[in-house]
Design a protein around this ligand. Structure first.
Ligand SMILES: Nc1ncnc2c1ncn2[C@@H]1O[C@H](COP(=O)(O)OP(=O)(O)OP(=O)(O)O)[C@@H](O)[C@H]1O
Ligand SMILES: [Mg+2]
Length: 511
């Protein structure tokens, strides 16, 4: 039996393997979480070896659950948390440091120094990105500077850099015994090191950060046969036929292939992408320019993106740090136990604010508190912050495009929350549409691999798979919508200008 595709989704909180059939339906799923290592405020790390061990486990588990041998799988697609930086020794396969996760802000001093010389947009023309700790470059530079012996080993050509896609594919294809060192255009576009026009590493940008070119993976198309799996006991011989960064994969999985088509994914953070076709469009309102996908030898497709750092992870924070809920999904009933937010607004600027503000000096603020406010109001304010932050990004999209959006296509774990989806529609004033498959990240990676191996013939064929589940229509009166949104903007203003010399000295992060 062929026509099945395996997707590996190496996310921020977990690694999943999902087998899809020819109709894009899920046949089997396996998932394993990995540890979030937070040595101190502002630092977020992953153990790359744990991530690889989990990947091996989910792949072999999902295949045995599906009762499918390697020969039944036409191709593997890999999708991943983006920007997270791993540096390892090609001779041993051992990472020289824990992975620095995209949320990690330890490199703010280096970023500030570069921004002081030419502003945060000094590299935007080449890379499409503002200068921010979020992207990979400063993390790689930090590892080279701080891991013992790393600089010398890198100069000698022994070290490799990769985002998690690169790390997983290198290990899947044999690791130190001949693994291929590749990434795709979408992941490369998140490093601050790739030239958006040439789709190649920029020597100027590598020089800015002091990163030797020998460390850099080859940049490939998102949908293309790259190599084959070569892990004893794990699915030997299957072609690896696609790589997409998780947000681009979700866009692909929503069949939003063309200019003007968009999706908003609600996971650890929220990421809204709007396609701009083969044209590179620059935002005037705080969105970043990114590669959406590239199929084989076709020209690359680009997108504008609104990245929000903290949405679902705020729900996890309520669970893990405050303990006011037991499981993430409990936030819905707690929030629904009160009629409104009781006057409380929660700006979760835990890593500063990303789009459209790009304010690293912001920190989390819970404002509007009175003695009346209880944990249910806080749960509600936390959920509402996801919807308000989404509106901030949509305002930027509308301002850039010069026209309104007619509806918002959504996906991701948080979209199972109907209370949130209804509030989202209310606060946007447009319908919010949830598809039947909300695992669009894995689906997109499967699509990329299936297109390259002939499981599907065209992107038009994939469009036919998309099915609407629920459409949330806005019900809030216009004046109330406007009033609540103005309150949100006021709350955002309270979160700004928090990190200053005093805050840095006290946190011991003067770099
Ligand atoms: N019912 C719910 N209401 C609100 N938030 C929820 C709900 N269920 C899950 N979440 C949140 O959604 C997030 C998980 O979504 P999803 O599975 O799409 O993310 P993910 O893909 O695992 O994230 P990543 O790829 O970054 O690891 C978690 O942050 C969780 O707190
Ligand atoms: Mg994910």
């Amino acid at each position: 039996m062929t026509g099945h595709v395996l997707a590996i989704d190496q996310g921020t909180t977990s690694t999943r393997a999902i087998v899809f059939d020819h109709d894009g339906h899920i046949v089997s799923t396996a998932q394993r979480e990995h540890q979030q290592i937070m040595p101190r405020a502002g630092r977020v790390e992953h153990d790359a070896v744990e991530i690889w061990t989990n990947t091996e486990w989910v792949v072999s588990t999902v295949l045995s659950q599906a009762r499918l041998g390697a020969s039944a799988i036409s191709g593997v697609g890999v999708t991943n948390q983006r920007e997270t930086a791993i540096v390892w020794d090609r001779r041993t396969g051992r990472p020289v440091h824990n992975a620095l996760v995209w949320q990690d802000t330890r490199t703010q001093p280096q970023v500030d120094r570069l921004a002081a010389e030419g502003g945060i947009d000094r590299f935007a023309d080449v890379t499409g990105l503002p200068l921010a700790t979020y992207f990979s470059a400063s993390k790689v530079a930090w590892i080279l500077e701080h891991a013992p012996g790393a600089r010398e080993a890198a100069e000698a050509g022994h070290l490799l850099f990769g985002t998690p896609d690169t790390w997983v594919v290198w290990n899947l294809t044999g690791g130190s015994r001949g693994g291929i060192h590749v990434t795709d255009v979408t992941n490369a576009s998140r490093t601050l090191l790739m030239d958006l026009r040439t789709l190649d590493w920029s020597d100027d940008m590598l020089a800015v950060w002091g990163i030797p070119r020998t460390m850099m993976p080859q940049i490939r198309s998102s949908s293309d046969v790259l190599g084959e799996v070569s892990v004893p006991g794990v699915a030997r011989g299957i072609p690896i036929a696609g790589i997409l960064g998780d947000q681009q994969a979700a866009t692909f999985g929503q069949a939003a292939f063309d200019a003007g088509e968009s999706k908003n994914t609600y996971g650890t953070g929220n990421f809204l992408l709007v396609g701009t076709g083969t044209e590179i469009v620059r935002s005037q309102h705080g969105l970043i320019t990114t590669v959406a996908y590239r199929c084989g030898d076709e020209p690359a497709h680009y997108a504008l993106e609104g990245s929000i750092a903290v949405t679902g992870s705020l729900v996890q924070w309520l669970r893990d740090n405050l303990g006011i809920i037991q499981r993430s999904e409990d936030v819905e009933s707690l929030a629904a136990s009160v009629d409104d937010n009781g006057g409380a607004y929660f700006v979760p600027a835990f890593s500063g604010l990303f789009a459209p503000y790009w304010r690293p000096d912001a920190r989390g603020a819970l404002v509007g508190l009175t003695r009346y406010v209880n944990k249910a109001h806080i749960a509600r304010a936390a959920l509402e912050s996801t919807a308000f932050q989404t509106r901030d990004v949509i305002e930027a999209v509308v301002a850039d495009a010069g026209r309104d959006l007619s509806e918002l296509r959504v996906d991701g774990g948080m979209t199972r929350n109907d209370t949130l989806m209804q509030f989202q529609a209310d606060i946007l004033g447009i319908p919010v549409v949830r598809p039947q498959v909300v695992e669009t990240t894995a689906l997109g990676a499967a699509y990329a691999a299936g297109l390259a191996t002939g499981v599907w013939s065209s992107r038009d064929e994939l469009r036919e798979h998309w099915r609407e589940d629920v459409r949330f229509e806005p019900r809030m009166p216009e004046d109330e919508r406007a009033r609540r949104y103005r309150m949100w903007k006021k709350a955002v203003s309270k979160s700004l200008d928090w990190v200053d010399d005093d805050a840095r000295q006290l946190a011991g992060t003067t770099g």
